[in-house]
Design a protein around this ligand. Structure first.
Ligand code: AMP
Ligand code: GLY
Length: 426
């Protein structure tokens, strides 16, 4: 079958790597892709939000399955776009409908959904210019720290955690009145602070049934010891030692089942991946966020731990027959370590030549490209997060050590990585 994958990060390289291993995959196209995805298929220069160009490409190339990597096209309604067109509506799009994608696209929508369906999450209030004064009163009633979240998509930057009431009020005003995060912060969710340890669970659903994929813990801060600025993620590990059978049972009963049932009750079409971010508070799981897609870099460890033919699973999602599939998980641990451009997540240079990629022993390590670009024979840096180096190991320690050893052989000007990924579990 001919498959089109949308996106251009490490997540999409991992998808391309996994999809291309399937016997069902005849041709894989990636739009727009990166220097890594082109090892597994053909990159095409189409942007993920250019629905008309995607439509034209799908029809011209008889594409039979579209896999959506990032959230943007989902929140912009690519699923609905396909469903509304006679010639496209039989091409399955792996990803939720526009309303379903609001679980990520609007924090207020997600909170209302959780409250409606009794899913454990932090207490909250939502505020706009209409009830800004109530927002200030609400802040006065909170203990510190205070969590402020821009309602809309803000490229992972829209969450502020503030230690002082006055400062929280100033930030609320800036978000709403001065559009601190553009339109995304015209509405703000103010939330109770949850103290605990985070982990993420991934679910694949055809809207009726679901499969739970391997869980992960990611490391968001730029610096070792979880210090410094937030990033898109500097590495992650799976399995997560404290997410034992009992925790997974709580997650499934209290969150996954009510979420899938809630989507059905609300008539929200959802056929794709759901990423649930949790805070474990004294042994109890609370939902911090939903994302309507897989995580990046979590995909770079979750897919390597899935033994199934991924295309078979995705076809089952499209057909509504996921119930018949059995997920097989690799017993080994997997860790990924991000190699970033110096300066990230603030300003950084692009276009630096990457050396040493061919010296990597690939037996138990996979070098996924995140921000790279091929120019002639050279591979150049083309983003803040450049590579995601994933390794298997008998445990997290071994997996991380293997990735770190491989990263030592790779070089480019300004190369930076955290050597302490998975430190609590090593
Ligand atoms: P989000 O964009 O919702 O994932 O939030 C970004 C990060 O902010 C999360 O990964 C958490 O580390 C932190 N965070 C979000 N909400 C809360 C909360 N209610 N309590 C504590 N930390 C939070
Ligand atoms: N690694 C966090 C995310 O994909 O949202």
């Amino acid at each position: 079958m001919k498959i089109l994958l949308l996106g251009s990060g490490g997540r999409e390289h991992a998808f391309a790597w996994k999809i291309s291993q399937s016997e069902l995959c005849e041709t894989l196209f990636i739009a727009p892709g990166n220097a890594g995805t082109s090892q597994h298929g053909k990159n095409v220069a189409i942007g993920v939000n250019d629905f008309e160009a995607i439509e034209e490409f799908v029809l011209a190339n008889s594409i039979e399955l579209v896999v959506v990597g990032p959230e943007d096209p989902l929140v912009n309604g690519i699923y609905d776009y396909f469903m509304a067109k006679e010639e496209l509506k039989n091409v399955p799009v792996i990803g939720p409908s526009k309303v379903g994608a609001q679980l990520e696209g609007s924090k207020a929508f997600a909170k209302q959904f959780m409250v409606r369906h009794g899913i454990p999450t932090a207490a909250y209030g939502e505020f706009t210019i209409e009830n800004l004064e109530e927002g200030f009163d609400f802040i006065d009633e909170q203990t510190t720290p205070i969590v402020l979240k821009a309602d809309g998509l803000a490229a992972g930057k829209g969450v502020l955690i503030i230690n002082e009431h006055g400062e929280a009020k100033d930030s609320l005003r800036e978000m709403i009145e001065e559009s601190k995060f553009g339109k995304a912060s015209a509405k703000v969710v103010i939330e109770e602070f949850l103290k605990g340890i985070e982990f993420s669970v991934f679910v694949l659903t055809d809207g009726e049934n679901y499969k739970i994929l391997p869980e992960a813990k990611d490391y968001k801060r730029i610096g070792e010891g979880d210090k410094g600025l937030n990033t898109g993620g500097m590495g992650c590990v799976s399995p997560v030692p404290f997410v034992d059978r009992l925790m997974m049972k709580k997650v499934e009963e209290r969150v996954i089942i009510p979420t899938i049932e809630g989507l059905k009750k609300d008539n929200i079409v959802y056929k794709g991946f759901l990423y649930i971010g949790f805070m474990c508070v004294d042994g109890e799981p609370f939902v911090i966020e939903y994302n309507c897609r897989m995580g990046d870099p979590e995909t770079e460890i979750v897919l390597p731990r899935i033994k199934n033919d991924l295309v078979e699973l995705l076809v089952a999602v499209g057909n509504g027959t996921l119930k018949e599939e059995e997920i097989e998980i690799d017993e080994r641990a997997c860790a990924t370590v991000i190699v970033a451009s110096g300066g990230y997540p603030e300003d950084y240079d692009k276009g630096k030549e990457i050396f040493g990629l061919s010296s990597v022993n690939r037996l138990e390590t996979i070098v996924f490209h995140a921000g790279t670009k091929q120019v002639g024979e050279k591979i150049l840096t083309n983003g803040g997060r450049v590579l995601a180096v994933s390794s298997y190991g008998k445990d997290i320690h071994e997996a991380v050590a293997k990735s770190n050893a491989v990263i030592e052989k790779i070089d480019f000007e300004g190369k930076y990585y955290r050597k302490d990924i998975g430190y609590e579990f090593r």
